[in-house]
Design a protein around this ligand. Structure first.
Ligand SMILES: NC(=O)C[C@H](N)C(=O)O
Length: 396
């Protein structure tokens, strides 16, 4: 690889103070143009053979959240309302016209607690429609359920183009609101060629994480998105995107084709039960019998641990209801549930009872496990196939 530098100013952009950095190898020359504003864009062949002939095009899709909210005072950081449009948000950030061609659209405008299956489907369809037309997509979203949307999109959109989610922890009216900086960074990340092939990303607070794993760890502070075991994939410093590793997607992703979106408007009912000392088994019975749950996820107390009586109760009940899948996830933020810690159940005589429908979540937390199970069930998968899918995330 050779690197040449030039500070020549071409006639066509006389007053544009920039530097061209050409990196060449035999197959893929890359031209980096560093502008006065310090934003860097690349023109040339990408490693997959495609290229940005001009500035990359980025579409920002607004869905609401705190980033689009207003409080009643500058110190209010909880209890505010969604009140801004995506246009307002774009107006709050500095000009990015030397970094990308930017377009935006309001898809939803909700607090993310109100995002359910039909909203996910609306967003999914919009992204499917936009992906062929843009080099990158940014989604502004509430942080409370961002990890669920990011997991859903990662499991349903197969693309090497960057899809970057962002939000904020402080409303737009708060002192030191983090929304504009997070949105600005997300757009620069989506426009950056090195963001390709990394799956759905979550960008907040100068950090870039994998939407597949990342989770909200703090209800109030700016430094909230974490995936402790898996770490961040990169960070944002000054106006630069820094990746720690070459482009890669998390292992264990299963892509579901939503060929019939109407099926998705009604994803199967899969509740999550949070296990704790003295859990009343009646709640499990109500969930399966009264709600008609098609599967169940437990946030178990440790690596799959629940009271012996609860495991026996669930095993018996789940069999009465056509062997519904029971996912053993965990309420701890980090760590995993291995197959080996699934309960072994026996009858009064000590004879083992088959509990084949118990499935370990591996590294997936309960809310991500729920979405994966819903997608598996809507695809008509049987228990053993669902086990295989979860095993991809080192569970099963
Ligand atoms: N920080 C946030 O965005 C929280 C907000 N309640 C939401 O998820 O929409």
């Amino acid at each position: 690889m050779t690197t040449q530098k030039s500070s020549e100013i071409p006639k066509t952009a006389e007053d544009a103070n920039y530097e061209i950095d050409v990196q060449e190898d035999s197959d893929h020359p890359i031209f980096k143009i560093k502008y006065r504003s310090n934003s860097v864009i690349s023109i040339g062949a990408l490693s997959d053979g495609s290229s940005y002939e001009n500035l990359p095009t980025v579409k920002v899709l607004g869905t609401g959240g705190t980033i689009a909210s207003k409080g009643t005072s500058s110190h209010q950081t909880a209890g505010y309302e969604v009140d801004l449009t995506i246009e307002d948000l774009i107006q709050s950030i500095p000009d990015l016209s030397t970094t990308c061609n930017l377009q935006y659209e309001q898809v939803l405008n909700l607090d993310s607690k109100d995002i359910g299956t039909s909203e996910l489907l609306t967003l999914y369809q919009k992204i499917q429609e936009d992906l062929p037309k843009y080099d990158g997509i940014v989604i502004t979203h509430g942080t409370d359920t961002m990890e669920e949307t990011s997991f859903f999109l990662q499991s349903t959109l197969r693309t090497s183009k960057p899809i970057v989610m962002c939000g904020s922890m402080r409303p737009s009216t708060a002192i030191s609101s983090d929304g504009p900086m997070n949105l600005y960074q997300a757009i620069v990340i989506a426009a950056h060629r090195d963001s390709r092939g990394r799956g759905v990303l979550v960008a907040l607070n100068d950090r870039i994480g994998a939407g597949f794993y990342i989770t909200k760890s703090n209800a109030n502070s700016l430094d909230t998105f974490k995936s402790i075991g898996q770490g961040y994939v990169g960070s944002f410093v000054n106006n630069e995107v820094h990746y720690f590793f070459p482009a890669a997607r998390p292992l264990g992703i299963t892509y579901f084709k939503l060929s019939n979106p109407s099926v998705l408007a009604d994803l199967p009912e899969v509740p999550i039960i949070f296990a704790h000392q003295g859990l009343n088994n009646k709640i499990i019975e109500l969930t399966i019998k009264e709600l008609g749950a098609k599967g169940l996820v437990f946030a178990t107390m440790g690596a799959g641990s629940m009271a012996k009586g609860t495991n026996e109760f669930v095993c018996k009940l789940s069999k009465q209801y056509s062997n519904i899948p029971i996912i053993y996830s965990k309420r701890s933020m980090d760590g995993m549930v291995p197959v080996g810690s699934l309960p072994k159940i026996s009858d009064e005589t000590g004879k083992p009872i088959d509990y084949n429908n118990a499935i370990a979540s591996g590294y997936l937390n309960p809310q991500k496990s729920r979405i994966l199970l819903q997608l598996c069930l809507s695809d008509g998968m049987e228990i053993n196939e669902i086990k295989r899918i979860f095993k991809g995330v080192y569970g099963g």
